[in-house]
Design a protein around this ligand. Structure first.
Ligand code: TYM
Length: 329
């Protein structure tokens, strides 16, 4: 039986953090055998917010190395850099021409990001979801494994695929989001009412970066915001404790009842210590592999080159068909 095709992407801005890992990358790695996989470092998305060119270049390669360190296996998955394949931006234009402005202005990510920088809202940020739809639809992807924050964008990609198929004939596979319950929304340690995000990484205790040292991880968890109730239970109304337990569960894979029994009668100090230990252990092999890969630049470039040529074949076929259907020569 043919395997379903998975596509997903991650932006090379800031440092990849625990939310990215638990919401997305860990699931990509764990399901590699089950699916046919395509993973992309989406650097063209990153420039919808102004970037320093040399830092962007460096971060793009660093993130590719980090994804391999996390366990993306080039024998099982295609890994490539978005800007290497022109069909992404070309298809985004075709999709832009069939997408109503109203659909784009409903996107919560656009509203949030433009509110953070109201004096400089770029048209690229507004059109961002069309580039994301292009990424997904180019590869005829069945499933898109992401954190909860990307659900709305995938729904738009679905609507766009359905609209194109209706108006120009069957062309695109209509993709489904793949969002796992645990890890789908990891919150900031300093403020558990806000999603852990790269754009808040200037706040020292907001997020755990995958490259943080064990000492830093312990320090950040010690400072994590909790509450004054003193009861350790999976209670969504107590966001801080819930977030810590959720992170613990992602790494230990224990059941809710087992975790609650383990911590019965314990204080928050113990909880923070155990969560930090689980995270340190979970991230240790990743940090080690990342350090090794950082000195193997030739290997990294070879993997990316191979990924690019395999991805290009699929992307070129879809783009050619789409362009012709729409009447472009
Ligand atoms: P990005 O780079 O912001 O995040 C990468 C992945 O990490 C997930 N994520 C989280 N999951 C749980 N808790 C959090 N706090 C958290 N923060 C981030 C995101 O949901 C995402 O899965 N637009 C996308 C990148 C993209 C893409 C695509 C994804 C571009 N094209 C095509 C899928 C398919 C983004 O900005 O992700």
């Amino acid at each position: 039986m043919q395997k379903s095709r998975v596509f997903s992407g991650i932006q090379p801005t800031g440092n990849i953090h625990l939310g990215n890992y638990l919401g997305a990358v860990k699931n990509w790695v764990e399901n590699q055998e089950k699916y046919e996989n395509i993973f992309c470092v989406v650097n063209s998305h990153a420039i919808t917010i102004p970037q320093n060119p040399s830092i962007l270049r460096e971060k793009t390669y660093d993130l590719c190395a980090m994804l391999l360190a996390c366990g993306i296996n080039p024998k099982k998955s295609i890994l490539f850099i978005q800007s290497k394949i022109q069909e992404h931006t070309s298809l985004a234009w075709l999709l832009t021409c069939i997408t109503p402005m109203g659909d784009l202005s409903r996107m919560t990510q656009f509203k949030d990001k433009s509110a953070k920088n109201p004096k400089q809202i770029l048209a690229g940020l507004f059109n961002y979801p069309n580039l994301m739809s292009a990424d997904i639809l180019l590869y005829q992807s069945n499933l898109v494994p992401v954190g909860e924050d990307q659900k709305q964008h995938i729904e738009l990609a679905r609507d766009t695929a359905i609209r194109f198929n209706r108006d120009f004939g069957e062309t695109f596979v209509v993709p489904e989001p793949l969002i796992l319950k645990e890890g789908a929304r990891i919150m900031g340690l300093d403020d558990p009412t806000k999603k852990m995000s790269k754009s808040s990484s200037d706040k020292p205790n907001h997020s755990i970066a995958l490259i943080d040292t064990p000492e830093t991880i312990i320090k950040k968890f010690k400072k994590a915001t909790t509450d004054s109730e003193g009861i350790i239970a999976f209670d969504k109304n107590r966001a801080g404790v819930y977030n810590l337990l959720n992170i613990y569960q992602c790494f230990t894979k224990q059941k809710v009842e087992e975790i609650e029994a383990e911590f019965a009668g314990q204080g928050y100090g113990k909880l923070k210590e155990r969560v930090a230990e689980a995270v340190i252990e979970g991230l240790r092999p990743i940090r080690q592999a990342y350090e090794k890969l950082s000195s193997e630049k030739d290997y990294l470039h070879r993997i990316l080159q191979e990924g690019e040529s395999r991805a290009r074949e699929i992307a070129a076929t879809t783009y050619k068909e789409t362009k012709e259907k729409i009447g472009l020569i």
